[in-house]
Write a protein that binds this ligand. Sequence first.
Ligand code: GCB
Length: 592
Amino acid sequence: MAKAPGNFNQDIHVSDYRSRYDGSKVTSSSLISIEGRITESLNGKWNFTVDPYETFLRANWYSAPEYTADGRQLPVDFDFPNMDFINVPSCWNMERPELFYYENMGIYYRTFRYEKDDKDERLFLCFEGVSYRAYVFLNGKYIAMHDGASTPFDVEITNLVQRDNTLLVAVDASRNDLRVPMSNTDWFNYGGIYRDVFLLRCPKVFIKDWFVRLQPGTSFKKIAVDFEMDGIDSGSAVFEIPELGIHKEIAFENKRGSIIFEADVDLWSPENPKLYDVRLSACNDELRDRIGFREFKVVGNSIFLNGKERFLKGVSVHEDHYILGKTTNESVIRDTIRLVKDELNGCFIRVAHYPHTRAFARLADEMGIMLWEEIPVYWAISFASEKTYSDAENQIAELIRRDKNRASVVVWSVGNENADTDDRFKFMSSLASFVHSVDPTRAVSAACLINEVDLKIEDRLAGCLDIIGINEYYGWYKPDFTELGRILENSNPDKPVIITEFGADARSGFHGTKNMLWCEEFQEELYKKQVKEISSCRYIKGMTPWILYDFRAARRQNTYQEGFNRKGLVDEDRKTKKLAFYVLSKFYSTIK
Ligand code: GCB
């Protein structure tokens, strides 16, 4: 599809140019397990420009020649190597003030050199997060498209890569109603290549994926391992946990192998975040990881971790950071986990409303906190659209593929606050059964709504979930707090309920009486009432109030909000605690 010089009139009149790029969509099935592998970072300074009219895609500028065959210079609209620099990873909104509200196409360019280590090696280009859609071009050829702002994707480039390479990525951060999330959200729409980019070398035959966990229902005595090979159909692999003296040979057929065997493990929990060095080797390849073993189980209205009943003392967290946007790093995540565990006395985080970066669950494993992970099936997405469904299912499939070996992740959430329509029921019940079919070791949940007319917990989706999440804003959006007590009394769910959201906005440092909206005292009082009501309900087995930190939300523009949702227990600076923080921390200190 080389751009034909002189086709200027044609280029500017083509309206369905996007359909040219519909093929080459990459999905969860191409994701490779990276644990223990050496990656070569492509982070750093990339050249960047905005492309609000999408001229790059319309006119195939990625393959445009700069000279005619007889050497005459052509007028090009994109001059990739001379574009200004931008940092990768970063959100362009936070890099350049003039791009703060920019939500269209951005073009990224860089070169890289590749020296083969082994004549048979295979090379993959890996992106950890590009918001929302990425079109990838290598050495003048279109190679991949990916949808979904918060999950990783890989593309094999073995046959295209040269010694010196040019890489172009067109990033489309526009909002639209067929996407997941759709155009309306209560968080900020950051754009760009905002997580790591790297190259991954694999041998010709390699281990593509593995799932290692404690086998449920075996009295904590058995470990199960499944894996998938690439480049070979049958053979054998070796699975080892040296600390436990485990060394198992496992045969594979049709690229897949699995085993269940007895093991005497020290179980993972927030109080004892024990991880084991684990390895799987096959042919000339090896994966290594540090993995914890635990059993998370729901029986009746109760939740058990390793056979011990638990109340999930949690809080919700957005990835949003006042300086970094949606880009994050290990020290930011460590500070969050430390704050929840050590100061809020919690054991659980609702990682809302989309997959956060890979390091979050890894650090949660290491530091000991349980996680609820979620995909952005948020509010009124296009439940009737098949395209929207495949996007959503692919996002949860990519998330599960990425984090399934993380003991800390105990709940997969298939969505948040969606009205109970037939289309929504079909969409979300299919997601729930998909998740159940790929992962039997975790609970499936969703943050549901209450029937506010009949005042009871009622949602058809609840029948497809293991835990019912409930968002309620009694005392805030619903000023009559007494309704909450009636709702809890009128309901008799046969599953555990987690109050996945309650809260009130308070501007940090703004003080007043407990009846004055937007002040810390109001929020403090609301937390007192909420914890009292919630803790006296027999079937509520956890809560993740909304939210730990104030976060950027373009739809919040009053004088207290100033572009932020102020329901944080802590200010946007991630340091200054509001009065309600101490109410929750005291409440959690009283629960085992
Ligand atoms: C909700 C949403 C959450 C919002 C929150 C609010 O129910 O799930 O995304 O930010 O309410 O503050 O209104």
